[in-house]
Design a protein around this ligand. Structure first.
Ligand code: PGA
Length: 254
């Protein structure tokens, strides 16, 4: 599943699901089950947990090969920003990745392209790898604007990036998220090809070769193998199917 110089990353996005107790039970059981099998040298597993579960993730996944991170953060390190999470604090407690610009943040919480750029920069500044989400709505796809939209989001999100630090991209067509309507492997790969070219235009060959592009949107055990076999798909960002070990574990190449 690994392509070129990129790791294959299977990431869980729990959204607003699971209490600290539920998260701890899930993660401990997940670690016990994955310890029995190798995750495969080039495969990474990541859990994006609700903010209130972050400390439980830190404790439950300490000493394991499984990584974790937040679903969102602010772009300032501290101050009068009621309700926000500081990248500096995420770094202090050991977050490896953090999501930026998930479509639910963009659509429901009005997060702008410009804010995603500031968040990417803030996270990289404290040593956290941003996972920048991009994706078109159904109306945008039907109007033939898919590439224009995802490349605009890519450029804005990476505008202030540190060229010496890593970033991960997640392509999530909005019409495929939580709908059971998965993009066909060809549709997904076409968008990934456009994003790969976008990475090349922004940062050259080396940058585009090492930057993983994950697919997200109704990934489940029945469609994971075919999606994962596409030339430009370097892993999955998984919502619904990540909430149960029985549906998440089979998505991890072993
Ligand atoms: P889904 O969510 O797998 O439930 O479609 C994916 C996501 O929003 O990250």
């Amino acid at each position: 599943m690994k392509k070129d110089a990129r790791p294959f990353i299977v990431a869980a996005n729990w959204k607003m699901h699971k209490s600290p107790r539920e998260a701890g039970e899930f993660l401990k059981s997940f670690v016990a089950q994955t310890n029995k099998r190798s995750l495969g040298g080039d495969c990474e597993v990541v859990f994006f947990v609700p903010a209130i579960d972050l400390m439980v993730a830190a404790e439950s996944l300490r000493d394991s090969q499984v990584k974790w991170g937040a679903q969102n953060c602010y772009f300032e390190m501290k101050g009068a920003f009621t309700g926000e999470t500081s990248p500096a604090v995420l770094s202090e407690i050991g977050a490896h990745y953090t999501l930026v610009g998930h479509s639910e943040r963009r659509a429901i919480f009005h997060e702008s392209d410009a804010e995603t750029g500031k968040k990417v920069k803030a996270l990289q500044g404290v040593g956290i790898v941003p996972m920048l989400c991009v994706g078109e709505t159904l109306a945008e796809r039907e109007a033939g604007r898919t590439n224009e939209v995802i490349l605009r989001q890519l450029r804005a999100g990476l505008e202030h990036r540190d060229t010496n630090k890593n970033v991960v991209i997640a392509y999530e067509p909005v019409w495929a998220i939580g709908t059971g309507k998965v993009a066909t492997p060809q549709q997904a790969n076409d968008a990934h090809v456009a994003l790969r070219q976008g990475l090349k235009d922004l940062g050259g060959d080396g940058f585009s070769r090492v930057t993983p592009i994950l697919y997200g949107g109704s990934v489940k055990p029945e469609n994971a193998a075919e999606l994962g076999a596409q030339s430009e798909i370097d892993g999955f960002l998984v919502g619904g199917a990540s909430l149960e070990i029985a549906t998440f574990l089979p998505l991890i190449p072993g």
